[in-house]
Design a protein around this ligand. Structure first.
Ligand code: MSP
Length: 534
């Protein structure tokens, strides 16, 4: 079972391009594993509790749940638009989750892992956390990023995190697979060495009411991280007493891939989460694997409200189309590293790799097959050097694609397919099928060329299905290829059989025009309409 999850998104604002990037990355990986015939379960959702949601709801004069649900709808609408194929939806206000969190809290308290104590210190209202001297700037003050800072003394419940740190250090040291990429595991190891405090897991109800109450001390609610992290197991059926609306935990767990951003590896996932599981009694073999992606920035800067540079993925779907955005996010980001969102690159990559390279290859090859051979293909009965080289290139591209997808490197996987597509376009130029068609002596060579081109497009079109599900279906329809039963592993030369019939093509990847190109086109159309009237 390939159980893949993502971070759950805060419902205190609208989704942005960073959220979309994470979801597309996870979706591509989920689709890839499904395509390989692995049983796959993809869970994602929303993190609905916490101070910020409570504040926003107060401002809007509605209940926190109503506010959280309104924002949740923006996320679900976007995921539908982007064709995110999740199997399970984790919303932390779900009573099934609440029950699971409360059960875990009770068990941890009974085991002696939770204790209550009083703490006095500086507290950031905006970030909902106590501040230590580490958070002071060079001038000794707490910076403006913390918003209003007040002195506060309060009693709270704590998780004995530090008791689990020696185990965590050893576990992360001995298990390189726990964090991908490797350099993030090294960061985590350094952070583990600096971990000297237990984790406060509650907030007094009089300060924060929008959260899951502690079952053994109802004046407190659960700290938002403690609540949110548990979603990975609660919605996988952990301690659900066989609730049929949830999956079977034994089948799903441990998660093969929890996709998260670099900002929430330390301390949330790398330290709190693994220690929480350890405290609950999960053995080493039952620890999840974390895939840590970088940030999507805007011209090198972090997206933020104050900079006014937040990018709404809905606008990009309107402008470029959902699949163009999917391709860009999977192709122009190196998993694990930061990248810059740049609409010019989106247009350039789409136009060059999809509209020009693959789109033209498919369109030209299908058109030539229809025009020169009535749409019927014949398997070649002879060979030549260029065709053999093309087959070798396809084989290598497929192997690289699979290797890179397995390693979660969507960009390099797609790069390998594109390299093969470019080679196919070179093969067309070299072979000039339009000239071969004029010479009846060259009929066999023409068939060979068309066969090699269309077989290539069939393979590429199939594999692209995990990134561009809609375009892949359209391509395969035109090629009359049935993808049912195909897997990347069983994909071998010869999908197209003797006498295979293809359809008249229609372009699958229309060019994305610049605003100037659009204007020119509109002016041309207007002039033509004027002429027709006259
Ligand atoms: N609610 C927590 C996660 C709880 S998981 C148990 C949270 N939410 S978030 O909405 O702030 O972020 C959700 C995910 O989006 C995180 O993995 C975060 O790293 C990712 N991103 C948020 N902004 C991002 C970018 N600008 N670029 C890429 N991903 C980023 O954290």
């Amino acid at each position: 079972m390939f159980y893949i999850t993502t971070a759950i998104d805060y419902t205190n604002g609208a989704p942005h391009i960073g959220h979309a990037y994470e979801k597309v990355l996870a979706d591509v990986l989920a689709r890839w594993h499904r395509m390989c015939g692995e049983e796959t379960y993809f869970l994602t959702g929303v993190d609905q509790h916490g101070q910020k949601v409570q504040q926003k709801a107060e401002e809007a004069a509605i209940e926190p749940l109503e506010y959280a649900q309104q924002v949740t709808q923006k996320f679900t609408a976007l995921w539908k638009r982007l064709d995110i194929s999740y199997d399970g939806w984790a919303a932390t206000s779900d009573p099934r989750h609440e029950k699971c969190v409360q059960r875990i809290l009770t068990e941890l308290r009974d085991k002696g892992c939770l204790y209550k104590k009083s703490y006095k210190g500086f507290y950031s209202v905006r970030q909902e956390q106590f501040l230590t001297d580490k958070e002071r700037g060079e001038d000794g003050q707490f910076g403006s990023e913390w918003g209003e800072v007040i002195e506060l003394e309060e009693e709270n419940w704590y998780f004995n995190l530090t008791a689990h740190i020696p185990w965590l250090r050893e576990y992360v040291t001995k298990h390189p697979e726990v964090v991908t990429p490797e350099f993030r595991r090294q960061d985590l190891l350094m952070a583990i060495d600096r971990s000297t405090n237990d984790l406060c897991i509650s907030r007094p109800k009089n300060r924060l009411s929008w959260g899951i109450p502690l079952p053994f001390d109802p004046d407190f609610v659960t700290y938002v991280w403690f609540d949110a992290l548990i979603n990975y197991i609660s919605f996988a059926g952990y301690a659900s007493d066989g609730d049929a609306s949830l999956p079977s935990f034994g089948k799903l767990w441990p998660a093969a891939c929890e996709v998260i951003g670099k900002d929430i590896l330390i301390p949330a996932h790398g330290i709190y989460w693994l220690c929480m599981l350890h405290a609950m009694g999960f053995p080493d073999e039952q620890m999840p694997r974390l895939l840590v992606h970088g940030w999507l920035n805007i011209k090198g800067e972090k997206m933020s409200k104050s900079l006014g540079n937040i990018v709404d993925p809905n606008d990009l779907c309107d402008l470029f189309g959902a699949e163009a955005l999917r391709y860009y996010l999977a192709r122009d980001t190196k998993t694990g590293y930061d990248s810059d969102y740049d609409p010019e690159r989106l247009r350039m990559i789409y136009n060059s790799e999809l509209a020009n390279d693959l789109g033209n290859l498919a369109n030209r090859s299908l058109n030539m097959c229809v025009r020169y051979c009535g749409g019927t293909l014949h398997t070649p009965s002879s060979d030549d050097e260029a065709s053999a080289a093309l087959r070798k290139s396809l084989d290598e591209a497929e192997k690289t694609f699979a290797r890179q997808m397995d390693a979660c490197n969507t960009a390099d996987a797609l790069g390998a397919l594109n390299a093969h597509v470019s080679l196919c376009n070179g093969y067309i130029e070299q072979k000039q099928p339009w000239s071969l068609a004029k010479d009846p002596q060259k009929a066999e060579e023409l068939q060979r060329v068309l066969y090699h081109l269309l077989e290539s497009v069939s393979h590429v079109g199939f594999l692209l299905g995990c990134v561009l599900p809609e375009a892949s279906t359209r391509l395969l329809d035109q090629l009359q290829v049935d993808a049912n039963g195909l897997t990347p592993q069983s994909l071998a030369w010869g999908i197209l059989k003797e006498g295979h019939q293809v359809q008249v093509p229609s372009p699958v990847f229309p060019r994305i025009l610049t605003p100037e190109e659009k204007e020119k086109l509109a002016a041309k159309a207007a002039a033509k309409a004027g002429k027709n009237k006259a």
